[in-house]
Design a protein around this ligand. Structure first.
Ligand code: NAD
Ligand code: TYD
Length: 341
């Protein structure tokens, strides 16, 4: 089968392509990616000459680009993915996440092909008690979440209206190698390594359910091969943690590996003005995926986070190159005032 993977040069997509090529030598992959600020072909440089892999630089919003490609199925990761950027300017989120997804759904409809739409638990909004299930109402709070919820509704509409064979996944917060350093975990690791302030939004007690990217991608692979069309599958790590606890854990691993004084690293923690509309808690129930498709998270958090910290320490060149130009402009806008610079 020839599979069109969108956004394969990003964090989750690049890890997914590596997994799919290992697990399924019978498939061929076309990676369609625009290479926005978040896309990086270095993430896949070991695979660039793999006989089952090819790369096309292009925009999922461009119907002509998608039309020209030959494929039998779509696994759709491409997105604008960062909540803080969506608060600064939501336009690219509407364009890529809604219009781009609609364009791919249209391609799947016309070709009669299967599509996995990779979404997020953030479409459900914030929950005080209990867990989100697939039946929970959509209640997105950030512009990012609103754009993903919209794309989910288009996916649903294509299934209901045209019978397009689309399946939606909604996963919790991912961590692991190749995550762009604007997100919480790589941001804290890179700042701890370079002695920069660690900006904690609000009181640091917001809760996220963290899952290793490998477990998310194993689930997407399963859903692609075995999930029922028209269904939603939640993916979660059953691993709820407060942000401040995650940060302290990262600091203890960095201190241990680098032989630095943990107290000096703890001194870098800086509480800053909260994110507007900051969701207090995400918590998701993956029981449907577990019982129906036999999935189970494999990576224990303490091991996964230690391996991730080690990866960032060993791959400083990868993220140092990113921390320049466009990223530094974003960083200044996002954190300049908050950190009193
Ligand atoms: P990312 O920002 O690291 O990567 C996104 C990729 O999409 C980049 O390679 C970028 O170049 C590409 N892209 C963006 N706009 C494009 C366009 N118009 N055309 C073609 N390519 C384009 O994101 P990620 O963290 O890897 O997330 C991947 C998907 O998983 C997203 O759909 C996201 O909503 C979803 N998701 C992410 C998380 C998480 O914790 N990161 C959790 C649940 C779901
Ligand atoms: P993030 O990685 O942006 O993921 P999301 O907002 O999609 O959950 O943020 C994870 C949590 O960390 C979230 O509660 C916001 C918080 N956070 C900070 O406290 N400081 C930061 O600099 C960043 C980027 C995030």
């Amino acid at each position: 089968m020839k599979i069109l993977v969108t956004g394969g040069a990003g964090f989750i997509g690049s890890n997914f392509i590596r997994l799919l090529l290992q697990q399924h030598p019978e498939h061929k992959i076309i990676n369609l990616d625009l290479l926005t600020y978040a896309g990086n072909l270095e993430n896949l440089k070991d695979l660039s000459s793999h006989p089952c892999y090819s790369f096309v630089r292009g925009d999922i919003c461009d119907a002509g680009v998608v039309e020209d490609l030959q494929f039998d199925a779509i696994i759709h990761f491409a997105a604008e993915s960062h909540v803080d950027r969506s608060i600064l300017d939501s336009s690219p989120f509407l364009q890529t996440n809604i219009m781009g997804t609609k364009n791919l759904l249209e391609a799947a409809r016309r070709r009669g092909c299967r599509m996995v739409h990779v979404s997020t638990d953030e479409v459900y909004g914030s929950i005080t008690q209990g867990l989100f299930t697939e039946a929970s109402p959509l209640s997105p709070n950030s512009p990012y979440a609103a754009s993903k919820a919209s794309s989910d509704l288009f996916a649903r509409a294509y299934y209901e209206t045209y019978g397009t064979e689309v399946v939606i996944t909604r996963c919790s917060n991912n961590y692991g190698p190749y995550q762009f350093p604007e997100k919480l975990i790589p941001l804290m690791i890179s700042h701890a390594m370079t002695g920069k302030a660690l900006p904690v939004y609000g009181d640091g007690k917001n809760v996220r359910d963290w899952i290793h990217v490998h477990d998310h991608n194993r689930a997407v692979d399963l859903v692609f091969h075995k999930g029922r069309a028209g269904e939603v599958y939640n993916i979660g790590g059953r691993n709820e943690q407060q942000n401040i606890d995650i940060i302290r854990k990262i600091l203890s691993v960095v201190a241990e590996i680098q032989g630095t004084d943990p107290e000096r690293l703890n001194g870098l923690i800086t509480y800053v003005k909260d994110r507007p509309g900051h969701d207090r808690r995400y918590a998701i129930d993956p029981v449907k995926l577990e019982s129906e498709l036999g999935w189970k998270a494999e990576v224990a958090f303490d091991e996964g986070i230690a391996a991730t910290v080690r990866w960032y320490i060993e791959n400083k060149d990868w993220w140092s190159r990113i921390l320049s130009g466009e990223y530094m402009k974003y960083y200044e806008t996002q954190y300049g005032q908050r950190l009193g610079k």
